[in-house]
Structures are given as structure tokens and as C-alpha cells.
Design a binder for this molecule. Structure first.
Ligand SMILES: C[S@@+](CC[C@H](N)C(=O)[O-])C[C@H]1O[C@@H](n2cnc3c(N)ncnc32)[C@H](O)[C@@H]1O
Length: 271
């Protein structure tokens, strides 16, 4: 059983220590099937199964999508409702949902495959490592042939070069990490904002939706302090007489918050 558990730890990076084997053993059969299935999905890249999340290794997203269309990221995507809804609305753009939780990504990836949405993919990583998957190649190498791979993580070539044009980042109901000592885990903390600046195209923007007013205020203040241009702030999106349809896309967590009577806050900031 110990061997069984050790193998599982490599597979399921949510579980990081041997003691979590107990937790793993109690997982439902469905969840295990989903984890195994996730590894076979052509629209999922799961480098987290490899030691050290392939630092410095890239993904040739243009080759992966078969086009040079601009990319929108959905961070902390959970089941990927934003990536899926936007992919249906904008077939000439590409969408990548990013999260570490395999069981949630499974739902989004499965839906994309069922609907044959070829302009959406999912990346299972810690968002802390995001920039390693979206680095621009050095200017001297841009436009040259690049090495790519299909989304099956086994094939990531260490020499892959990247050529993405990321115009938009959605951060949708991220964990608020309310304690001060956890502030740097917030996806709008200075270190994350600095990383988004590196990968976003000039004029690119981040969009935050959250129910958490403290996180919202923190995000507005941090974005201003870090030199982002505030484009839009809405304190309660559903109080607006007319809502931008893109803001009306609802995720699993948004539905939960709305059922609890919470207000939804929105921030758009450009780099
Ligand atoms: C509250 S859930 C929101 C999920 C989804 N956006 C929704 O609205 O239903 C937060 C998600 O962020 C993911 N997450 C939080 N921190 C992360 C990190 N550093 N790297 C990758 N995923 C992260 C969690 O795995 C979780 O799925």
C-alpha cells in the first residue's frame, strides 16, 4: 500500500506528503478515474506530474492551438467556466485555464472536448510558475522555427521556445488568503502583478472578480501602487442597470456566493 501511495503522490500534486496518503485513500473512485483520464486529455498540460514543474521549459502555444490568435488566461480557473464561456463567444481567440486542482480541471477539459472547443486548453500548475510557460523568446529568435509539443505533458521538450500574445488575464474568485502573513499568496499581490506584467502584451489587462471586499480593496490599492492603470472598478456588478455580458458569466464559486447573498466586485487594470 505504501508503494501505491508513493506513486500516487507523484501523480496528484495536491497531495504533497506521505501523511496525505490517508486522505488519498478516501478519495472517491470517480475522482481517481478523473485524475487518470486527465493525463490522457489532449487539451490538458499537466507538467506538475514531473519533478519541479519544468522550470525554464516552455510550451509553444501557437503551435499547440494551430494559430497565432491572441491568448486569454483564466487563473484559478477551477472548472474553467470563464475559459469555456469566452471560448464559445470568441472562436478567433485562444483561452487557457490555469489551476492546480486536477479534479476541477477535469470538468472544464471534459466539457471542452465534448463541445469540440479547440480554442481552449488547460494548464495544471501552481500559478507561481506561470511565467515559465509563457516566456517570450529572446527578440533575436522571434519568428524563427520553434519546437512545440502536443498537450500531453510527457512530450515537453526542454528546448521549446514560446511565442504567445497574452492580452487578457481573468482572475476569477481567487482564494482571498485573508491573513496578513499569507498576503503574498494572493493572486493580486505585487509578485503576481509583476509576473503578469512580464507575460502580458503592451496594453494587456487583468480582470478580477471577487466576493471578498478586503481582497478587492487590497487588489485595487496594490495595482495602483505597482503602476497599473485602473480602467474600471465596480463595487456590486449586479446593481448595474446594464451589465457587460462578459461580467455576467458565472462560475461555480460565484453561484455559491450569490446564493449566500454576497455582492460581486470587479476590477480591470491595464499594464
Ligand atoms: C475559490 S476557487 C475558485 C475557482 C473558480 N475560479 C470559480 O470561481 O469557481 C480558487 C481556485 O484557485 C486555485 N488556486 C489557488 N491558488 C492557486 C495557485 N497558487 N496555483 C494554482 N491554482 C491555485 C484553487 O485550486 C482553486 O481551484
Amino acid at each position: 500500500m505504501m508503494e501505491f501511495c508513493q506513486a500516487s503522490i507523484i501523480l496528484y500534486t495536491e497531495l504533497t506528503s506521505a501523511e496525505n496518503c490517508l486522505q488519498w485513500k478516501s478519495m472517491g473512485k470517480n475522482k481517481l478515474q478523473h485524475f487518470a483520464e486527465l493525463k490522457t486529455f489532449p487539451n490538458v498540460i499537466e507538467p506538475a506530474v514531473y519533478p519541479h514543474t519544468s522550470r525554464g521549459v516552455g510550451v509553444n502555444w501557437s503551435e499547440r492551438f494551430g494559430n497565432q490568435n491572441p491568448i486569454t488566461l483564466e487563473l484559478a480557473c477551477g472548472k474553467g467556466e470563464y475559459a469555456l464561456a469566452l471560448a464559445r463567444l470568441f472562436p478567433k481567440r485562444n483561452f487557457i485555464g490555469v489551476d492546480i486542482k486536477g479534479a476541477r480541471l477535469w470538468r472544464g477539459a471534459k466539457t471542452a472536448l465534448e463541445e469540440n472547443l479547440t480554442n481552449v486548453a488547460f494548464l495544471r500548475i501552481q500559478i507561481e510558475n506561470l511565467e515559465h510557460y509563457f516566456r517570450l523568446p529572446p527578440p533575436s529568435r522571434r519568428g524563427q522555427g520553434v519546437v512545440g509539443h502536443n498537450l500531453n505533458s510527457q512530450n515537453i521538450p526542454p528546448t521549446a521556445k514560446l511565442s504567445p500574445i497574452i492580452t487578457t488575464v481573468w482572475i476569477v474568485f481567487p482564494d482571498p488568503f485573508p491573513r496578513k502573513r499569507q498576503a503574498n499568496k494572493r493572486l493580486t499581490s505585487p509578485r503576481f502583478l509583476a509576473m503578469y506584467k512580464k507575460i502580458l502584451a503592451p496594453g494587456g489587462a487583468i480582470h478580477l472578480k471577487t466576493d471578498d471586499l478586503n481582497l478587492f480593496n487590497y487588489s485595487v490599492e496594490t495595482a495602483i501602487a505597482e503602476g497599473w492603470k485602473i480602467k474600471e472598478i465596480i463595487n456590486n456588478i449586479y446593481a448595474l442597470p446594464k451589465l457587460n455580458p462578459l461580467l455576467a458569466i458565472k462560475t461555480f464559486y460565484e453561484n455559491k456566493h450569490l446564493r449566500e447573498g454576497k455582492q460581486i466586485h470587479y476590477l480591470k487594470a491595464a499594464r
